[in-house]
Design a protein around this ligand. Sequence first.
Ligand SMILES: Cc1ncc(COP(=O)(O)O)c(C=O)c1O
Length: 436
Amino acid sequence: MKFLGNDMITLEDGVLKIDGYDARELAERYGTPLYVMSESQIVRNYRAYEDAFREYEKKTGKDFILCYAYKANANLAITRLLSKLGGGADVVSGGELYIARLSKVPPEKIVFNGNCKTEEEIVMGIENNIRAFNVDSISELILINRIANEMGAVANVAFRINPDVDPKTHPKIATGLKKSKFGLDVQSGMAMKAVKMALEMDNVKVVGVHCHIGSQLTDLSPFEEETRKVMDFVVELEREGIKIEDVNLGGGLGIPYHKDREVPTPYQLAEVIINTMMEYQDKVDLPNLLLEPGRSIVGTAGVLLAKVHHIKETPYGKWVMIDAGMNDMMRPAIYDAYHEIVPCVFREEREVVNIAGGLCESSDVFGRDRNIPKVKVGDILAILDVGAYGISMANNYNGRGRPRMVLTSEKGVYIIRERETYGDLIAKDIVPGYLL
Ligand SMILES: Cc1ncc(COP(=O)(O)O)c(C=O)c1O
């Protein structure tokens, strides 16, 4: 079988290996459910962007900055690895900013997104002198200016525009359509109004234009349309005498969840974006280019190992019950997302099964009608491509601790997140004295 995008996975004599480590042994040693993150795969994914977009720097003399989207996976070991590789950070909360600083990301490589930044978060961003707040509303702009004034500071702001581009992805992860909650509408003049207001303010500096149209995009044409709409806005601003230093096109590149469907690579994305940007070289002084990929950096690098505890045959199908559940990995339950599921030992005989977690929810199903090599109770299954929006969306529903996570690297296997205990489940609960 093909492991599109998962270069770290090999099948040796029918046994699944991750970065050369026998997946069954990892499950045995570290317990299940277990997230396994491959350092080599993250590095490859990151370097593909750096290599591909170096061309932009060569052609324009401007910078390319990759701000890794922390929401995809903000485990400290992962964020530190990416920071060591030279990556910046796209954060959407005080918590993610805290992790970015702990990961030693230089402030000039941190951008702050989100449509409901709090006063506390704005103070934190200003204190850290981040590269830009990607401003989502006029109300937010006014607040940033007020807080910066109180702090005797000047905050860098970029404007998140809503370009009304259809990203052709799942509706729940489309973010740049005109009815979406995100961004400042360009067509109605709202975005221009916000920029002009900012120019009249003493405590903000206009540095950029930002946009993010959605996630898991497998077609490059929306990126081209997005780039054009953003650059048209930059031209409009320049006509008004407003010069833009940074253009941030967000994240969104998809990954091959279906192992028989190729998706565009960062190189193909770079070609489309750079060619489109270059069309504007006679109209404006081209800006620095920022991107905020998340999924395409860490998604393919993660595998969730789970043990088969029960097999149930009904007149309507066979159910394989595993010890990972939707609390560990929500994507199938909330987006009907497809993830490849394979056993760690490939037997010759195959069968069609449904694979489910143990939570009391009918949506706790990882795959239906999957034709996979036959499995038995005690076997380990591997759910692929869970490195993004897996552990970061995990929760304690049904009284289950979040799973352990290990990093496979050339140096060995490292636990990078401990399994939560029963004690962790109630650590923040308080019983009033009268109930004791
Ligand atoms: C503003 C912003 N930037 C970047 C990303 C990362 O997107 P992806 O993981 O698809 O690359 C997201 C994800 O939703 C986002 O909302």
